[in-house]
Ligand binder design. Structure first.
Ligand SMILES: [Zn+2]
Ligand SMILES: [Zn+2]
Length: 247
């Protein structure tokens, strides 16, 4: 069998595969042709862009307009238990599309390009990474995890940990109450909803550690504030947080 015949045969097999099992980008519907493309094509992933502009250096909330970073009114009044939170972008456009496909359509392999995106946006921000010991994903309640099949924050933390050379601690921070999902609740209700919803089970694993919480999306920040509060109470030295997007 000649090389060109073999190459031709491989092409026919691949074409047949595409015809029988066509795979298309879940966002733009173009066929996935490049090696390694899964679920969302490279062109759509290339549209993920970090948000620039001023932020609150404490809670990471994006400020409108231009100018420098400055504390938001909320952090100026009462600082959260975490020392810094950073998001990659605003929850909208392609970032929102990719997160929704990842989370609700359960396409776990998307955690890899999303972690790569997070690292490219925030990898240089030493406020987040300096002397960090561990990544801790925001946990799901066991029953919700059963429904969804996976914890998207854990997958993200694992891929981010591989990129940053950081271990991922699971099972220490747990969700103890299965309150309604935050989506759809007003800000005040979100605060009430997460209160006492998280606990630390193995305080020895967090004591004296500098921890980075990992979550996919933050809206009011209620979840990461509450997780940071219980981790600090359990003896964590410092808690920081990273999210893909803020709504
Ligand atoms: Zn696409
Ligand atoms: Zn703030």
């Amino acid at each position: 069998m000649t090389r060109s015949f073999r190459a031709g045969a491989a092409g026919v097999v691949r074409l047949a595969g595409l015809l029988i099992f066509p795979s298309f980008c879940h966002i733009c519907r173009e066929p996935l042709e490049e090696a390694g493309e899964k679920i969302v094509c490279g062109a759509c992933l290339a549209k993920l862009a970090p948000r620039g502009g001023p932020i609150c250096p404490r809670c990471g909330r994006f400020h409108e307009g231009s100018g420098g970073d400055h504390l938001c009114a909320r952090c100026a009044g009462r600082a959260p238990a975490f020392s810094a939170h950073r998001s990659c972008g605003v929850y909208g456009g392609t970032l929102r599309d990719v997160i929704l496909i990842f989370k609700y359509r359960k396409y776990a392999p998307l955690s890899r390009p999303l972690a790569r995106f997070a690292d490219s946006c925030l990898g240089a921000d030493q406020t987040l990474w300096e002397n960090a010991d561990l990544l801790v994903p925001v946990p799901l309640h066991p029953s919700r995890k059963r429904d969804r099949g996976f914890n998207q924050s854990l997958l993200l933390a694992r891929d981010l940990g591989l990129r940053r050379g950081l271990g991922v601690l699971t099972g220490a921070l747990v969700k103890t109450r299965n309150r309604p999902a935050q989506a759809g609740l007003r800000a005040a209700d979100r605060e009430r909803n997460v209160r006492s919803a998280y606990a630390v089970k193995h305080a020895d694993k967090v004591q004296g550690r500098t921890i980075i919480l990992v979550d996919d999306v933050t809206t009011t920040g209620a979840t990461i504030r509450e997780c940071a509060r219980v981790l600090k109470e359990a003896g964590a030295k410092e808690v920081r947080a990273i999210t893909l997007a803020q709504a």
